[in-house]
Design a protein around this ligand. Sequence first.
Ligand SMILES: [Zn+2]
Length: 179
Amino acid sequence: MNCPYCGYHDSRVLDSREVNEGIRRRRQCLECNARFTTYERLQPASLFVSKKDKRREEFNKNKLLTGIRKACEKRPLPTDTVDKLADDIEAELYSQSRAEIPSSVIGDMVMKRLRSLDHIAYIRFASVYREFTDITALKREIDTLVTDEVGESSPTAQLPLLPAEELEIEAKRSQGSRK
Ligand SMILES: [Zn+2]
């Protein structure tokens, strides 16, 4: 299996485990150190994605990864987290043992995960995937995020929009006002 990034022919196996009657191997390229995943199966399952315009094409994880990476560009997320997101989705898709999956299902899977990971990346992905045609639709989506955040009782793992010290000041201020 050649490295999908640089084409080098050899890689090191970092981790392998059995999944759905196959073996999933996490590999690292010996040349460029990029990490990627291979699946080994007796009979390779081919998975097709059906698009909105009824076209079908073979599932392409790199395409999925490119879309997610683009949404996460310059966000403070480790590359591993982004790669793992694509890995998880791929594994989940194959675990469903379906021959064909609508692209909307895959898009929703990405949105669901990005939403709990990073709101900015989520909005970026959503704006491409949902094809927001005007600013009102975009605002509506952002409003639902803000509403959800206010409604949550415990702080989430979201990356703060404010630096830590500002959040501390905020917390002290609200504690003070409660007395
Ligand atoms: Zn490589």
